[in-house]
Design a protein around this ligand. Sequence first.
Ligand SMILES: O=C(O)CCC(=O)C(=O)O
Ligand SMILES: [Fe+2]
Length: 288
Amino acid sequence: MDPKKPYEPHSIRPLTQDEIASYKALGYVIIRGLFDAKEMELVRAVCQSDPSVEASLKTIVDVKGKTWGASVWTGLNDSLVSVITQTARMVEAVEALVGSTPYHMYSKIVQKPAHDDSTVSWHQAFPAWYREGCLFPDFFTDCSIAITDNTKANGCLQVIEKSHLLGRVDCVEIGNALLCDPKYITNALKHLKIIDCEMAAGDTVFFHSNTIHGSLENKTNETRILMHCHYNAMSNRPSQENLEAHSCLPINKMPDSAIKDGVYTHGFISNAKDWNWYNTDPDDLLHK
Ligand SMILES: O=C(O)CCC(=O)C(=O)O
Ligand SMILES: [Fe+2]
Protein backbone atom coordinates (compact mmCIF):
# COMPACT_ATOMS: atom_id res chain seq x y z
CA MET A 1 0.00 0.00 0.00
CA ASP A 2 1.26 3.48 -0.86
CA PRO A 3 1.49 5.29 2.51
CA LYS A 4 0.96 8.66 0.79
CA LYS A 5 -2.37 7.61 -0.70
CA PRO A 6 -5.42 7.94 1.58
CA TYR A 7 -7.01 4.58 2.38
CA GLU A 8 -10.02 3.87 0.17
CA PRO A 9 -12.40 1.08 1.13
CA HIS A 10 -13.55 -1.29 -1.60
CA SER A 11 -16.78 -3.19 -2.06
CA ILE A 12 -16.96 -6.76 -0.81
CA ARG A 13 -19.51 -7.42 -3.58
CA PRO A 14 -18.82 -5.47 -6.79
CA LEU A 15 -21.47 -5.89 -9.50
CA THR A 16 -20.53 -8.10 -12.43
CA GLN A 17 -20.71 -6.95 -16.07
CA ASP A 18 -23.69 -9.31 -16.56
CA GLU A 19 -25.56 -7.70 -13.67
CA ILE A 20 -24.92 -4.22 -15.04
CA ALA A 21 -26.06 -5.33 -18.52
CA SER A 22 -29.20 -6.89 -17.06
CA TYR A 23 -30.08 -3.64 -15.20
CA LYS A 24 -29.68 -1.70 -18.45
CA ALA A 25 -31.76 -4.12 -20.51
CA LEU A 26 -34.56 -4.88 -18.03
CA GLY A 27 -34.56 -1.74 -15.87
CA TYR A 28 -33.73 -3.62 -12.66
CA VAL A 29 -31.39 -6.19 -11.17
CA ILE A 30 -31.72 -8.12 -7.91
CA ILE A 31 -28.48 -8.75 -6.02
CA ARG A 32 -28.96 -11.62 -3.60
CA GLY A 33 -27.31 -11.33 -0.19
CA LEU A 34 -25.80 -7.86 -0.72
CA PHE A 35 -26.30 -7.50 3.04
CA ASP A 36 -26.42 -10.34 5.51
CA ALA A 37 -29.06 -11.38 8.00
CA LYS A 38 -27.18 -9.95 11.01
CA GLU A 39 -26.86 -6.54 9.36
CA MET A 40 -30.56 -6.50 8.51
CA GLU A 41 -31.50 -7.57 12.01
CA LEU A 42 -29.79 -4.40 13.32
CA VAL A 43 -31.97 -2.27 11.03
CA ARG A 44 -35.13 -4.21 11.87
CA ALA A 45 -34.49 -3.58 15.57
CA VAL A 46 -34.15 0.16 14.88
CA CYS A 47 -37.45 0.12 12.95
CA GLN A 48 -39.13 -1.58 15.89
CA SER A 49 -37.74 0.46 18.75
CA ASP A 50 -36.30 3.81 17.65
CA PRO A 51 -38.91 6.55 18.19
CA SER A 52 -37.37 8.73 15.46
CA VAL A 53 -38.48 6.24 12.82
CA GLU A 54 -42.10 6.73 13.90
CA ALA A 55 -41.60 10.48 14.44
CA SER A 56 -40.43 11.01 10.88
CA LEU A 57 -43.27 9.14 9.29
CA LYS A 58 -44.81 10.85 6.24
CA THR A 59 -48.19 9.81 4.94
CA ILE A 60 -48.87 9.08 1.28
CA VAL A 61 -52.15 8.18 -0.40
CA ASP A 62 -52.78 5.35 -2.85
CA VAL A 63 -55.28 5.36 -5.73
CA LYS A 64 -57.95 3.83 -3.52
CA GLY A 65 -57.59 6.64 -0.97
CA LYS A 66 -55.85 4.41 1.58
CA THR A 67 -52.71 5.73 3.23
CA TRP A 68 -49.25 4.28 3.77
CA GLY A 69 -46.22 5.63 5.58
CA ALA A 70 -42.54 6.27 4.84
CA SER A 71 -39.86 7.43 7.30
CA VAL A 72 -37.69 9.75 5.27
CA TRP A 73 -34.25 11.37 5.52
CA THR A 74 -31.98 13.21 3.12
CA GLY A 75 -28.24 13.76 2.84
CA LEU A 76 -25.76 11.96 5.10
CA ASN A 77 -25.51 11.55 8.86
CA ASP A 78 -24.08 9.29 11.58
CA SER A 79 -26.98 6.88 11.90
CA LEU A 80 -26.97 3.17 11.09
CA VAL A 81 -29.35 3.61 8.17
CA SER A 82 -27.26 6.41 6.69
CA VAL A 83 -24.06 4.39 7.12
CA ILE A 84 -25.67 1.70 4.95
CA THR A 85 -26.10 4.24 2.15
CA GLN A 86 -22.41 5.16 2.44
CA THR A 87 -20.89 1.67 2.41
CA ALA A 88 -18.49 0.78 -0.38
CA ARG A 89 -20.92 -1.98 -1.43
CA MET A 90 -23.70 0.49 -2.15
CA VAL A 91 -21.70 3.39 -3.53
CA GLU A 92 -19.65 1.28 -5.94
CA ALA A 93 -22.76 -0.54 -7.17
CA VAL A 94 -24.48 2.77 -7.88
CA GLU A 95 -21.37 4.17 -9.53
CA ALA A 96 -21.24 1.14 -11.82
CA LEU A 97 -24.94 1.48 -12.76
CA VAL A 98 -25.08 5.23 -13.38
CA GLY A 99 -21.53 5.48 -14.73
CA SER A 100 -20.73 8.61 -12.76
CA THR A 101 -19.92 9.83 -9.23
CA PRO A 102 -23.14 9.65 -7.21
CA TYR A 103 -24.48 11.46 -4.17
CA HIS A 104 -27.20 10.27 -1.83
CA MET A 105 -30.41 12.23 -2.45
CA TYR A 106 -32.74 10.71 0.06
CA SER A 107 -33.88 7.43 1.52
CA LYS A 108 -36.90 6.08 3.27
CA ILE A 109 -38.04 3.09 5.23
CA VAL A 110 -41.43 1.72 4.26
CA GLN A 111 -43.02 -0.63 6.78
CA LYS A 112 -46.13 -2.43 5.62
CA PRO A 113 -47.85 -3.60 8.79
CA ALA A 114 -49.44 -7.05 9.12
CA HIS A 115 -52.82 -7.28 7.36
CA ASP A 116 -52.48 -3.80 5.89
CA ASP A 117 -54.65 -3.25 2.86
CA SER A 118 -52.99 -0.12 1.52
CA THR A 119 -51.09 -0.44 -1.74
CA VAL A 120 -48.36 1.62 -3.37
CA SER A 121 -49.77 2.60 -6.76
CA TRP A 122 -47.71 2.34 -9.96
CA HIS A 123 -45.24 5.20 -10.20
CA GLN A 124 -41.78 6.21 -11.44
CA ALA A 125 -39.24 8.02 -9.27
CA PHE A 126 -37.97 10.35 -11.98
CA PRO A 127 -40.97 12.65 -12.65
CA ALA A 128 -40.75 14.27 -9.23
CA TRP A 129 -37.05 15.00 -9.67
CA TYR A 130 -37.61 16.22 -13.21
CA ARG A 131 -39.93 18.85 -11.75
CA GLU A 132 -37.09 19.97 -9.48
CA GLY A 133 -34.72 20.40 -12.38
CA CYS A 134 -32.89 17.07 -12.77
CA LEU A 135 -32.59 16.33 -16.45
CA PHE A 136 -31.09 12.91 -17.05
CA PRO A 137 -32.99 9.82 -15.86
CA ASP A 138 -30.09 7.41 -16.44
CA PHE A 139 -28.10 9.17 -13.71
CA PHE A 140 -30.64 8.22 -11.07
CA THR A 141 -31.05 4.88 -9.41
CA ASP A 142 -33.25 3.48 -6.64
CA CYS A 143 -31.89 0.70 -4.44
CA SER A 144 -34.43 -1.14 -2.35
CA ILE A 145 -32.98 -3.30 0.42
CA ALA A 146 -35.18 -6.00 1.97
CA ILE A 147 -34.91 -5.51 5.73
CA THR A 148 -37.31 -8.40 6.32
CA ASP A 149 -38.16 -11.20 3.93
CA ASN A 150 -40.34 -9.77 1.16
CA THR A 151 -42.86 -12.12 -0.43
CA LYS A 152 -45.84 -11.87 -2.73
CA ALA A 153 -48.06 -12.51 0.28
CA ASN A 154 -46.66 -9.63 2.35
CA GLY A 155 -46.68 -7.08 -0.49
CA CYS A 156 -43.16 -7.20 -1.93
CA LEU A 157 -42.02 -4.55 -4.37
CA GLN A 158 -43.24 -5.11 -7.94
CA VAL A 159 -41.55 -3.67 -11.01
CA ILE A 160 -42.72 -3.59 -14.62
CA GLU A 161 -39.87 -5.13 -16.57
CA LYS A 162 -38.41 -2.88 -19.32
CA SER A 163 -40.75 -0.02 -18.37
CA HIS A 164 -37.71 2.29 -18.14
CA LEU A 165 -37.74 2.12 -21.96
CA LEU A 166 -41.09 3.97 -21.98
CA GLY A 167 -39.46 7.19 -20.79
CA ARG A 168 -41.27 9.51 -18.41
CA VAL A 169 -44.91 8.42 -18.35
CA ASP A 170 -47.65 11.06 -17.90
CA CYS A 171 -48.60 11.46 -14.24
CA VAL A 172 -51.70 12.04 -12.20
CA GLU A 173 -51.40 13.76 -8.84
CA ILE A 174 -53.41 12.16 -6.09
CA GLY A 175 -52.91 13.88 -2.76
CA ASN A 176 -49.13 14.15 -2.43
CA ALA A 177 -48.45 11.18 -4.68
CA LEU A 178 -47.25 11.55 -8.25
CA LEU A 179 -48.52 8.39 -9.95
CA CYS A 180 -48.49 7.00 -13.48
CA ASP A 181 -51.71 7.74 -15.30
CA PRO A 182 -53.48 4.33 -15.10
CA LYS A 183 -54.41 4.40 -18.79
CA TYR A 184 -50.73 4.15 -19.74
CA ILE A 185 -50.25 1.25 -17.34
CA THR A 186 -53.08 -0.67 -18.99
CA ASN A 187 -51.43 -0.14 -22.35
CA ALA A 188 -47.93 -0.97 -21.11
CA LEU A 189 -49.10 -4.22 -19.54
CA LYS A 190 -50.23 -5.45 -22.96
CA HIS A 191 -46.52 -5.61 -23.81
CA LEU A 192 -44.57 -5.77 -20.56
CA LYS A 193 -44.71 -8.05 -17.54
CA ILE A 194 -44.91 -7.48 -13.81
CA ILE A 195 -42.06 -8.92 -11.74
CA ASP A 196 -42.58 -9.70 -8.06
CA CYS A 197 -39.30 -8.81 -6.36
CA GLU A 198 -39.45 -11.54 -3.75
CA MET A 199 -36.36 -11.13 -1.62
CA ALA A 200 -34.83 -12.56 1.53
CA ALA A 201 -33.63 -10.05 4.11
CA GLY A 202 -30.44 -8.47 2.74
CA ASP A 203 -31.27 -8.95 -0.94
CA THR A 204 -31.34 -5.66 -2.84
CA VAL A 205 -33.04 -4.59 -6.04
CA PHE A 206 -31.50 -1.74 -8.01
CA PHE A 207 -33.87 -0.15 -10.51
CA HIS A 208 -33.78 2.67 -13.03
CA SER A 209 -35.52 5.95 -12.15
CA ASN A 210 -38.10 5.42 -14.92
CA THR A 211 -38.85 1.81 -13.98
CA ILE A 212 -42.51 1.68 -13.00
CA HIS A 213 -42.98 0.11 -9.58
CA GLY A 214 -45.46 -0.31 -6.74
CA SER A 215 -46.65 -2.91 -4.25
CA LEU A 216 -49.79 -4.70 -3.08
CA GLU A 217 -51.40 -5.45 0.29
CA ASN A 218 -49.71 -7.30 3.15
CA LYS A 219 -51.89 -10.35 3.79
CA THR A 220 -49.61 -11.90 6.44
CA ASN A 221 -49.10 -11.63 10.20
CA GLU A 222 -45.65 -10.03 9.82
CA THR A 223 -44.57 -6.48 9.03
CA ARG A 224 -42.82 -6.15 5.67
CA ILE A 225 -39.92 -3.67 5.66
CA LEU A 226 -38.02 -2.17 2.72
CA MET A 227 -35.40 0.58 2.79
CA HIS A 228 -35.39 2.58 -0.45
CA CYS A 229 -32.19 4.54 -1.18
CA HIS A 230 -32.12 7.10 -3.97
CA TYR A 231 -28.90 8.26 -5.60
CA ASN A 232 -28.22 10.71 -8.37
CA ALA A 233 -25.04 11.69 -10.22
CA MET A 234 -23.35 14.81 -8.87
CA SER A 235 -23.47 16.21 -12.41
CA ASN A 236 -27.28 15.79 -12.55
CA ARG A 237 -28.21 17.67 -9.40
CA PRO A 238 -31.36 19.80 -9.35
CA SER A 239 -31.14 23.20 -10.99
CA GLN A 240 -33.62 24.75 -8.57
CA GLU A 241 -32.01 26.84 -5.88
CA ASN A 242 -32.67 26.67 -2.16
CA LEU A 243 -33.23 22.94 -2.14
CA GLU A 244 -31.66 22.81 1.30
CA ALA A 245 -32.86 19.30 1.99
CA HIS A 246 -31.36 17.98 -1.21
CA SER A 247 -27.84 18.99 -0.35
CA CYS A 248 -25.42 17.38 -2.73
CA LEU A 249 -22.67 15.98 -0.50
CA PRO A 250 -19.78 13.90 -1.82
CA ILE A 251 -19.81 10.44 -0.21
CA ASN A 252 -16.60 9.29 1.44
CA LYS A 253 -17.12 5.55 1.05
CA MET A 254 -17.22 3.70 4.36
CA PRO A 255 -15.82 0.19 4.74
CA ASP A 256 -18.46 -2.53 4.41
CA SER A 257 -17.55 -3.65 7.93
CA ALA A 258 -18.84 -0.33 9.36
CA ILE A 259 -22.32 -1.74 9.95
CA LYS A 260 -21.22 -4.63 12.14
CA ASP A 261 -18.42 -2.56 13.70
CA GLY A 262 -21.07 -0.12 14.94
CA VAL A 263 -19.54 2.98 13.34
CA TYR A 264 -22.63 5.08 14.04
CA THR A 265 -24.06 7.12 16.88
CA HIS A 266 -27.80 6.61 16.34
CA GLY A 267 -30.10 4.10 14.70
CA PHE A 268 -32.04 6.67 12.70
CA ILE A 269 -31.70 10.45 12.36
CA SER A 270 -34.31 12.27 10.37
CA ASN A 271 -34.22 15.73 8.86
CA ALA A 272 -37.52 15.09 7.16
CA LYS A 273 -39.26 17.95 8.94
CA ASP A 274 -37.17 20.35 6.85
CA TRP A 275 -38.36 18.73 3.72
CA ASN A 276 -41.67 19.78 2.28
CA TRP A 277 -42.32 16.73 0.15
CA TYR A 278 -45.04 14.69 1.80
CA ASN A 279 -45.53 17.39 4.44
CA THR A 280 -49.28 17.43 4.03
CA ASP A 281 -51.77 16.44 6.63
CA PRO A 282 -53.27 13.04 5.65
CA ASP A 283 -56.75 14.31 6.45
CA ASP A 284 -56.27 17.10 3.93
CA LEU A 285 -55.10 14.57 1.39
CA LEU A 286 -58.07 12.33 1.81
CA HIS A 287 -60.56 15.16 1.56
CA LYS A 288 -58.97 16.87 -1.40
O1 LIG B 1 -42.23 0.06 -0.19
C1 LIG B 1 -42.91 -0.10 -1.21
O2 LIG B 1 -43.69 -1.02 -1.34
C2 LIG B 1 -42.76 0.86 -2.37
C3 LIG B 1 -42.43 2.25 -1.94
C4 LIG B 1 -42.02 3.14 -3.05
O3 LIG B 1 -41.92 2.79 -4.19
C5 LIG B 1 -41.71 4.54 -2.74
O4 LIG B 1 -41.75 4.91 -1.56
O5 LIG B 1 -41.40 5.33 -3.65
FE1 LIG C 1 -41.12 4.45 -5.42
